[in-house]
Design a protein around this ligand. Structure first.
Ligand code: G3P
Ligand code: CA
Length: 269
C-alpha cells in the first residue's frame, strides 16, 4: 500500500509547486525545485520527455523554443523538437535567461539529475509523463530510471512519488508494469466513468475550473487500485481566493506556480 495520501482525508490540501516554484525561477529546472525547497514546499511537479538519443529530460513543451536559447544556438533546426536533439546538444542550451538574466547558464536537467536533486532536497514529486505518444516505451524507461535511483523499492521514497499523465494508456502501462506506483490521471472524466479509471489510477487531477464540491465528493466515493478513495489534485491555482475555493471543495492537493501564495491562503482561510 502506497503511503501517498489517499483522497478524502479532510486534511488541508497538499501544496505542489508546478514545474517547481515556476513564478520565481525558470520552470522545470533544478533552480525551480531549489526555490520551492527554500520556500519550505516539499512537493514539486515536473514534465518528462525524451531526446533523440534516448535520454529522459525535464521540460514541458515538445519544442525547446520557449524555454531555452535553442533558436540562437541551432538556428537552422526549426521547429526545435526535443525528440530531434541529442542530450549533448540540449546540455549546451541556456534554460534560464529567457526567464531572468539572474538564471543565465541554468540547464535543462536530465531526469537522473532531477531525481537526485529531489532526493537531496528531501522533496516529493508528481512526475508527469508528457506526450507519451511521441516516445514509445517511455513508461518502462522512466520506471527503470526510478528503480535505479531507488524510488521504487525504498519506502521513504515510494511514499513521495505520484506519476501523472493526460494519457490513460500511459498510466495503464505504468500500473501494469509496477502496480505499487501511485498514479493520477490528468483531466476531468465524467463521474460515470470514474470507476473505469480507478482500475489503474489512484487519483484524478483536474483543471480547477472544471470541478465542484460534488465532483470531488464523487471521486472520493470511488476506490482506486489500492483500495483507497481516489485523490484529487487541482491545477493550476495561482491566487488566494481560488485556492480557498478549491480547498472548500475538499481537494487533496493544489498544484500551483505560486506555492507560497497558496500555502499562505490555506493557512488563513
Ligand atoms: O500538474 C498539472 C499540469 O501540469 C498539467 O498541465 O500543461 O502544466 O503540464 P501542464
Ligand atoms: Ca505538467
Amino acid at each position: 500500500d502506497s503511503p501517498v495520501r489517499a483522497g478524502g482525508t479532510g486534511a488541508r490540501p497538499l501544496v505542489i509547486a508546478h514545474r517547481g516554484a515556476s513564478a520565481q525561477a525558470p520552470e522545470n529546472t533544478l533552480a525551480s525545485i531549489d526555490r520551492a525547497a527554500e520556500l519550505g514546499i516539499p512537493w514539486v511537479e515536473n514534465d518528462v520527455q525524451r531526446t533523440r538519443d534516448g535520454e529522459l529530460v525535464v521540460i514541458h513543451d515538445d519544442s525547446l523554443q520557449r524555454t531555452t536559447d535553442v533558436k540562437r544556438v541551432f538556428p537552422g533546426r526549426a521547429p526545435w523538437k526535443v525528440k530531434d536533439f541529442t542530450a549533448a546538444e540540449i546540455a549546451r542550451l541556456d534554460a534560464g535567461s529567457w526567464f531572468d538574466s539572474r538564471f543565465a547558464g541554468t540547464r535543462v536537467p536530465t531526469l537522473e539529475q532531477y531525481m537526485r536533486r529531489v532526493e537531496y532536497n528531501r522533496q516529493k514529486l508528481v512526475l508527469e509523463i508528457k506526450n507519451p505518444e511521441l516516445y514509445p516505451g517511455i513508461e518502462q524507461q522512466i520506471l527503470k530510471l526510478l528503480g535505479n535511483e531507488g524510488w521504487l523499492d525504498r519506502p521513504h521514497l515510494t511514499g513521495r512519488l505520484v506519476v501523472q499523465s493526460f494519457s490513460a494508456d500511459s498510466l495503464r502501462t505504468v500500473h501494469e508494469l509496477r502496480p505499487a506506483v501511485t498514479t493520477a490521471f490528468l483531466g476531468t472524466p465524467r463521474i460515470a466513468d470514474l470507476p473505469g479509471y480507478a482500475a489503474f489510477t489512484d487519483g484524478i487531477n483536474p483543471s480547477y475550473g472544471t470541478i465542484s464540491r460534488g465532483y470531488v465528493s464523487a471521486a472520493h466515493s470511488v476506490a482506486g487500485p489500492h483500495g483507497r478513495p481516489l485523490g484529487v489534485f487541482a491545477w493550476t491555482v495561482d491566487d488566494a481566493d481560488s485556492a480557498r475555493q478549491v480547498a472548500g471543495y475538499g481537494v487533496d492537493g493544489i498544484i500551483t506556480d505560486k506555492p507560497d501564495v497558496v500555502r499562505d491562503a490555506l493557512q488563513n482561510p
